[in-house]
Design a protein around this ligand. Structure first.
Ligand SMILES: [Fe+2]
Length: 206
């Protein structure tokens, strides 16, 4: 029996105002309810278009369709990871990493401060719209930083994403205008290291 399988917009794991003063409620509402929702809706529209093509036994433009699907799904997946790797300061957000991930970061980058600087530089230097991500490679057992352009370019296939930072203008412009650097500094005050560490430990157990 066939069932409809579509993407769904996840709820934020905290109130819209919970990340203030680092991110305002207005910014989060716009970012989550409008931008993230748009990627979910667009990805679903493509899937439904492909379903219809199957029903009609019709062709569609594979190159254009899968390129756009990659962008829309990438937007949905990265935003879903982003919301969960943030937390209010009152719920453990910010500070230094702890647990297994702290040692992995120290081993690879020399120190937490050096990692923070490198990750911040990755986010600051993303051209146009993009993301900085901390990933982990199971072949080399190294954490590897990834600079995603748009939502889907420069991605390392199969590397688990442990932490992401959205540096599209829609992620900060309302609160920080064009000061991406200030937004990146604010990010470090609301990183949910418990979540990042759990993602890492789950990967290592898997
Ligand atoms: Fe975004």
């Amino acid at each position: 029996m066939e069932s409809v399988k579509l993407y769904a917009l996840p709820e934020l794991p905290y109130d819209y105002a919970a990340l203030a003063p680092h991110l305002s409620a207005d910014l989060l509402r716009l970012h989550h309810d409008k931008h993230h929702a748009a990627y979910v809706n667009a990805a679903n529209a493509i899937l439904q278009k492909m379903d219809k093509a199957r029903t009609d036994n019709a062709d569609f433009d594979a190159k254009a369709t899968f390129k756009e699907l990659s962008f829309q799904i990438g937007g949905h997946v990265l935003h879903s990871l982003f919301w969960k790797n943030l937390a209010p300061a009152t719920a453990g957000g910010g500070g230094k990493p702890s647990g297994s991930i702290a040692k992995v970061i120290d081993d690879e980058y020399g120190s937490w401060e050096r990692f923070k600087k490198l990750f911040s530089q990755t986010a600051a230097s993303a051209e146009g719209s993009g993301w900085a991500a901390l990933t982990f490679c199971r072949q080399t057992n190294r954490p590897i930083i990834m600079q995603v352009e748009k939502h889907n370019t420069n991605v390392y296939p199969m590397f688990r994403i442990l932490m992401v930072l959205d540096v599209w203008e829609h992620a900060y412009y309302l609160d920080y205008r064009n000061d991406r650097g200030k937004f990146i500094e604010a990010f470090w005050n609301i990183v949910n290291w418990t979540e990042v560490n759990q993602r890492f430990e789950k990967l290592m157990k898997g």
